[in-house]
Design a protein. Structure first.
Length: 496
């Protein structure tokens, strides 16, 4: 853990926790640095166990003080007010997201911050229509009963989110949790504390009752994240991040038998059949491999292309990949930013070396770009394509979470389905074909939570999102979020 004593020096921004309706600092802080050039973005407070405890107790108190008894219509109103607040400070959120991640401004505007707003509005609308169940029941002795099922809040929900889509993934959990009447303690990634702090400011300005939303900053293992998930007074944990972290959290919540929802890693496949619309498939795989420098859990790092079009596909994807422009957010022509940190770049570069050791052909990339300016201090890598590896190679089986893909040929539908499914992960897949029945058939056989046919990353927030195997537990999205963030209670009434 990189932590240093005391707050920010004059002129430096200090990002504080938001606990019980107040912004509070801690003695220990850490640096939030730009992945573009290593410059200091802000100093960030590191929550100790006592601060986490205060946040959980504030949430519990707010829960009892009335939030749990508020009506769905009232909470929907609050959620829309928060969405209005984000919109009013839209460019501040964009700037915070760009400062922490180095991504292009366009992406922060059209994807990250826009989805932050939509997450609040969607769950504000969905909660108004959340409904229970009703059954009429007769017993053998002539008794007559009605059974109805109501939703109650879980209580206090611990939310732990990652750095790759900071505001989007945080609000994806905060919005439905609040909508269902829970109070929350949220811990964003230590790499991306900026937009979460702005969210706390917006929530504060909106006048949400103190303690309903609490934000703590800090690291994960043996730090704020772990203190939160171990806390005996939280009722549920919702987590997005690495599978290994999910496993650690699962052990920590086991004693308290807490409810969990996990959205974890992936090693997603794109399958391109020879009958696919060739240009659309190349464009689709370009996006699915390199969007956000490959740092989207749904990115495809394994690409399978039917043999008759294999060589042509590799050549076309190489051309398009080499036309991507790696650069800083200030460069309007840049289409790909840096990785999130030097630590993550070291990991991705270790996979670059491993691919070569494992015998890959490097079709393009495999190195870092040279700028001859301050950006050479940044965490940039080139988008990279490999071919020639067996499915058992580590770079074909392990999640790299960078702008990489390995392309392999295949000869039959059965073969490619088996190869796609031969993975420890099961998050998402995309299938490119113009053969209607084949598309549906393959989608049914692929063992992932999401399958796109002739598309990638189209998200309707009413649909379930999540993965199987190492990719997660449970589904969020639409009524699935409403189900996770509520406790269903069956009430049985004798009527005769
Ligand atoms: P990470 O697991 O390292 O960290 C995620 C969060 O967990 C951070 O806030 C971190 O501080 C916290 N954390 C770390 N150790 C902890 C512990 N022991 N106890 C409690 N909290 C702890 O993940 P990351 O590197 O931030 O994100 C990248 C990973 O997230 C990738 O594997 C990616 O596939 C995955 N991801 C999955 C989805 C999905 O929906 N399935 C979405 C985005 C990212």
């Amino acid at each position: 853990m990189i932590a240093e004593q005391a707050g920010a020096a004059h002129g430096e921004r200090l990002l504080r926790h938001y606990i019980g309706g107040e912004f509070v600092a801690s003695d220990i802080t850490f640096n939030d640095v730009s992945p573009v050039d290593g410059s200091l973005v802000a100093r960030v407070c590191e929550a100790d166990e006592a601060s986490v405890d205060r946040a959980v107790r504030a949430a519990r108190a707010a829960q009892r003080a009335g939030w749990a008894d508020s009506t769905p219509a009232q909470r929907a109103e609050w959620l829309h007010r928060i969405a209005d607040g984000i919109e009013a400070r839209f460019e501040d959120f964009v700037a915070a997201e760009v400062a922490d991640t180095g991504r292009p401004f366009t992406q922060a505007r059209t994807l990250d911050v826009a989805r932050g707003v939509t997450n609040f509005r969607t769950f504000a609308d969905l909660v108004r229509y959340a409904h229970g169940e009703y059954f009429e029941t007769q017993t053998a002795d002539g008794g007559s009963f009605i059974n109805y099922v109501t939703r109650k809040p879980l209580g206090v929900v611990g939310i732990i989110s990652p750095w790759n889509l900071p505001l989007l993934l945080l609000t994806w959990k905060v919005a439905p949790a609040l909508a269902m009447g829970n109070c929350v303690v949220a811990k964003p990634s230590e790499e991306t504390p900026g937009s979460a702090t702005l969210l706390a400011e917006v929530i504060h300005a909106a006048g949400l009752p103190p303690g309903v939303f609490n934000l703590i900053h800090g690291h994960g293992s043996n730090a704020a994240g772990e203190f939160l998930t171990r806390h005996p007074q939280i009722d549920a944990v919702t987590f997005t991040g690495e599978s290994r972290t999910g496993s650690a959290i699962m052990k920590n919540v086991a004693d308290g038998v807490k409810d969990i929802s996990f959205e974890l890693g992936g090693k997603n496949a794109a399958v391109v059949f020879a009958d696919a619309d060739f240009d659309a498939a190349v464009e689709g795989v370009l996006k699915s491999s390199f969007t956000n420098a490959g740092q989207v859990c749904m990115c495809s790092e394994r690409v399978y292309v039917e043999r008759p079009i294999f060589e042509r596909f590799v050549a076309a994807l190489k051309t398009k990949t080499e036309a991507l422009r790696v650069g800083s957010p200030e460069d309007p022509s840049a289409t790909m930013g840096p990785l999130i940190s030097h630590g993550h770049r070291d990991k991705v570069l270790s996979y670059f070396r491993l691919a070569v050791e494992e015998g890959a052909t490097v079709v393009t990339g495999g190195d870092v770009p040279r700028f001859d300016d301050a950006r050479d201090e940044g965490a940039f890598v080139l988008p990279t394509i490999w071919t020639g590896l067996p499915d058992t190679a580590r770079v074909v089986t392990e999640e790299v979470f960078g702008p990489v893909c390995h392309i392999a040929p295949f000869d039959s539908e059965d073969e490619v389905v088996a190869r796609v499914n031969d993975s420890a992960y099961g998050l998402a897949a995309s299938v490119w074909t113009t053969h209607l029945a084949r598309g549906h058939r393959v989608a049914r056989r692929i063992e992932t939570g999401i399958v796109w046919i002739n598309a990638w990353y189209v998200r309707d927030l009413r649909t379930p999102f999540g993965g199987s195997k190492l990719s997660g537990i449970g589904r969020e999205g639409g009524r699935h979020s409403l189900d996770f963030y509520s406790e269903l209670t069956n009430v049985c009434v004798r009527v005769a």
